[in-house]
Design a binder for this molecule. Sequence first.
Ligand code: ATP
Ligand code: MG
Length: 357
Amino acid sequence: MQEKEKTIILTGDRPTGRLHIGHYVGSLRRRVEIQNGGDFDEMYIMIADVQALTDNAEDPERIRRSILEVALDYLACGLDPNRVHLFVQSQVRELFELFTYYLNLVTLARLERNPTVKSEIRQRDFDLSIPAGFLTYPVSQCADITAFDATIVPVGEDQLPMIEQAQEIVRKFNSVYPGANLVLPKAMLPESGVCQRLPGTDGKAKMSKSLGNCIYLSDDEETVNKQVMTMFTDPNHLRVSDPGETENNPVFTYLQAFCEDAHVAKFWPEYASLAEIEAHYRRGGLGDVKVKRFLAAVLNDVLDPIRKRRQIWAEKPEEVLEILERGSIEASKKAKQTCDRVRNAMRIDYFSTNRLI
Ligand code: ATP
Ligand code: MG
């Protein structure tokens, strides 16, 4: 049984493409901070290929191609395979066994009410042909979390309904099958609201690989500059002299997520802080192009060390693959222990502890 005071972290990403700056501020930056702070017992970071297949079943090559890309993004951000387990979901089969048992404790109506899944279904034009695997992926996510006895799940805001649903399943499972002792997970959101759900470069509510409105962690300087220049700003800020809105203006949202005082001192010393830049924009007299140039400089400054580390790892793909293989073996060991505990609590271990005769 899990000791109460342990801190076990589980989180992951769908390999539907390279990771973007929304992932970074929403979850990745936090993972690295926790790892480097050392205040945890175990950390599992999962490349959720099976979940990615739930809405990409007919394009498995896209998922396959993205696995190493996501692993490179992890290593580029500073996740250290000697301290955390980086693994691939499909390689840990116990997860699918847990998923099967949990499915029986969730109603179809409850699945259909999940607000994130609802909006993702709308986005994906499934109409009436929603894959059953897609509708049930929050249950699969509950299996991922509980398999590792995770106490904390660092995620962006769109994942809150998933954690809530996982908590419901855990409570129900523990009451139906005493002895399972599934651990109740908690979501860990970024402190700043803008980081909880970073909007896309098109101003849409969420930067998302599936919406194509991303700045990727691996984009080169030129691409970042170009992307920033095409970004949406305040549509009513037509002339430089017009007063502008900094709220719901993605250029300022990104600055709030990334800009530190040191960036102002380095790239725009005419101002003392981001707050001063914002005040000038709101007053009028500050043009979008200048603010965008500053944002591009800030982003490139943050992304530069990430790109450099990525380049180093990209030159040794064999090593990256070995890291994932090793991590998957470790993850399987842990998940197997949970699975044995669950089977025991369900009394379906007919040939061992709870022998049929
Ligand atoms: P997809 O479009 O394939 O669902 P995605 O861009 O939504 O991809 P996920 O792999 O689903 O990315 O999300 C991985 C993690 O990153 C989750 O914890 C999620 O909350 C977080 N995240 C994703 N997008 C953002 C964002 N725009 N702002 C903050 N966090 C985000
Ligand atoms: Mg997503």
